[in-house]
Design a protein. Structure first.
Length: 302
């Protein structure tokens, strides 16, 4: 893949990822938050599950493997997206996207605490910059609204899901795991909607268009392009471009919802982007070490 194609696809997938916050906030005028996100991911999961079945992708056989996919769906889709859409009721789409996408910083912290993973100084500098950025994004004070807490919880849940995928994801075909974790997460969100909110959905042309955008463009197309890029390119460098998603979240919120851009949000967001970039970026020395470790593992297996 040439650089121009790669850059265009990165901009498209992160743009769709970021736009989902703004489009989701627009959708809250027509639906209760948990029901909207439940419809989005249940429909996306059904469509993707049908596709992977038709393509005869390898499905899990053991019951315990399905349990892991349900758990991934619980944290990656139900908790993350449920918290995001409820947060959008009280804070801007830009703030929500910035808080949610601090999850790579939390992966470093949780990986160190629970998996005994080892990270380099540059990655810890990235974590420090990221948390300073969060502080600035919140206006340099501790005025935690409900939406702020939910935005932070979405990042925590995403970090937990990332670690679960890191431990168990190798067992599954990527697209099969994506399809069913969205489906199970969507079904869990339906249950949450029935138990935790007054459910409503106004059937209008605009609400249907919003739901279709969230389901097809911001879920199926976006995930498909993202996994395609991860498979065709360097995973670490590709993942570093995730910092573009909250940028697009802030940009679309300003453009479509006329959300105010303060200097604390802009500068705090830049620090979070820089932190995520440092966490994900690996130098040539680290890459050589990883290649050596992988080669040693292959030799030992053979």
């Amino acid at each position: 893949m040439n650089r121009i194609s790669f850059c265009l696809l990165v901009i498209l997938t992160t743009g769709l990822m970021g736009s989902s916050f703004t489009i989701g906030k627009l959708g809250l005028a027509y639906s209760s938050p948990l029901l909207l996100v439940a419809l989005r991911f249940t429909l996306a999961g059904i469509i993707m599950a049908t596709i992977v079945k038709i393509l005869n992708k390898p499905h899990p056989v053991k019951a315990i493997d399905w349990v892991w996919i349900v758990l991934i769906g619980l944290f990656q889709t139900a908790f993350v997206m449920g918290c995001i859409f409820m947060a959008l009721r009280t804070i801007t789409s830009g703030e929500t996207s910035i808080l949610t996408f601090m999850n790579p910083l939390l992966v470093v912290v949780f990986g160190t605490l629970f998996l005994k993973s080892r990270y380099h100084i540059q990655q810890w500098i990235g974590v420090l910059l990221g948390f300073i950025g969060v502080f600035l994004t919140l206006g340099s004070h501790l005025d935690f609204k409900v939406g702020t807490i939910l935005g932070l919880l979405s990042a925590v849940s995403w970090a937990i899901a990332t670690l679960l995928i890191k431990i168990h994801g190798f067992k599954f075909d990527t697209y099969v795991m994506t399809a069913y974790q969205m489906l199970f997460g969507g079904l869990i969100l339906f249950l949450g909607s029935l138990l935790l909110e007054e459910t409503f959905f106004k059937m209008t042309t605009q609400s249907i268009l919003i739901l279709l955008w969230l389901t097809i463009a911001a879920s199926i197309i976006q995930f498909s392009i993202w996994f395609y890029l991860l498979q065709r390119g360097n995973q670490e460098r590709t993942s570093a471009f995730l910092f573009l998603a909250p940028f697009f979240g802030v940009l679309t919120g300003w453009f479509l919802l006329h959300e105010r851009l303060t200097w604390s949000i802009l500068f705090g967001g830049l620090l979070i982007f820089a932190g995520i970039f440092l966490v994900n970026w690996k130098n040539n020395y680290e890459k050589e070490i990883e290649k050596t470790d992988e080669n040693n593992e292959r030799l030992s297996e053979s």
